[in-house]
Design a protein around this ligand. Structure first.
Ligand code: PAP
Length: 336
């Protein structure tokens, strides 16, 4: 690389870093100085805070969230590691919970005009993603919210309530592929594209946002075993395999099972269709809209398939990730 290119890259990195820090309080900036850090993706650095890797503005978000958020008994939290099927699960949960207000077959259903992330906001982006305190009073009840925060970091805020959590987990191979496409799609144009090799190094080391992936998955997995009424642990692949069966499980878990009349009227099938990958991807809002004026909705819909990883992994990559999965997730009764 020529010296001038190098200089301008350094300058751009510095600007990106300044912008990231500008959105943090002084307390957060002081905290960052004491935390271990690693290279970020689309952001200069991510930091290890409470055993999670986060970029500075998310550390600000988690601190504010932990100080302020207290769950209500009726809250429903959709949790996940990024790129595990959250967009889909949020849509399904919204459609199930609101089916008496909005018939899944009605022409102006909210899911036909809004992206599911706008209907089920994330704690760390929509609600606590800015420095000012969020106004949660206009969230309709039951409040449906999403998060990529691991279980241990939301525990204090939810422990006194009877709120319910639904976690969606995805095979790390496909999760990684989805993350690679997404990470490179949303990274600023000034930031260099991350190679498959470098991305896999970081993924296997755990230094990805909201990771390590095993910490995120295992926290919810353990809780779902200990308290199955509190946490429902779903797998993307299982939903793909038998969506009807799992929709019924979700509705039962949320204490709003489908009755025989609804089953007879095709309500479940209508929800499945409304939230299907093909339907959601082709909606105008998801082709042209943006989330938080920032992320294009279309980047949340790529292939929506199980097993796409075989088209991207070399034998070396497969060996490396298999080893990490075995080391970190083996012995917990979780299989993919
Ligand atoms: P997020 O964490 O940024 O919200 P998330 O929705 O969890 O992303 O993951 C996106 C993945 O779910 C994409 O997978 P892919 O890259 O392998 O294609 C996306 O295509 C997939 N996806 C989005 N909507 C649906 C859907 N309705 N049905 C099935 N898969 C979906």
């Amino acid at each position: 690389m020529a010296a001038t290119d190098k200089q301008s890259n350094v300058q751009l990195e510095k600007e990106a870093e300044d912008e990231e820090y500008e959105n943090c309080s002084q307390e957060c900036k002081d905290l960052l100085l004491s935390l271990p850090r690693e290279k970020g993706w689309g952001v200069p650095y991510i930091y290890l805070y409470q055993d999670i890797w986060l970029r500075p503005i998310r550390i600000q978000a988690i601190s504010t969230f932990q100080k302020q958020f207290q769950a209500k008994d009726s809250d429903i939290i959709v949790a996940s590691l990024p790129k595990s099927g959250t967009t889909w699960l949020k849509a399904l949960v919204f459609a199930i919970v609101n089916r008496n207000r909005f018939s899944p077959s009605q022409k102006n259903h909210p899911l036909l005009i809004s992206n599911s992330h706008d209907l089920v906001p994330y704690f760390e982006f929509h609600l606590y993603g800015k420095r000012q305190n969020p106004d949660l009073s206009n969230l309709p009840e039951p409040r449906l919210v999403g998060t990529h925060f691991p279980f241990h970091s939301i525990l204090d805020s939810i422990s006194k309530s009877k709120c319910k959590i639904i976690y969606i987990c995805r095979n790390p191979f496909d999760n990684f592929v989805s993350l690679w496409y997404f990470g490179n799609a949303i990274a600023p144009s000034t930031s260099p594209r991350l190679s498959w090799e470098e991305a896999l190094e970081r993924y296997s080391k755990g230094t990805i946002e909201f990771g390590p992936f095993w910490t995120n998955i295992l926290g919810y997995w353990r809780e779902s075993i200990e308290k199955p009424d509190k946490v429902l642990f779903l797998k993307y692949e299982d939903l793909k395999g038998d969506i009807k069966f799992h929709l019924k499980r979700v509705a039962e878990f949320l204490n709003c099972p489908f009755d025989s009349e609804e089953e007879g009227n095709g309500v479940i099938e209508n929800i499945i269709e409304l939230c299907s990958f093909g339907k959601m991807k082709e909606l105008e809002v998801n082709k042209a809209g943006k989330i938080l004026d920032r992320y294009e909705n279309k980047v949340f819909f790529r292939k929506g398939e199980v097993g796409d990883w075989v088209n991207h992994f070399s034998p070396w990559m497969e060996k490396k990730l298999s080893k990490t999965i075995e080391e970190k997730l083996g012995g917990y009764g979780l299989s993919f």
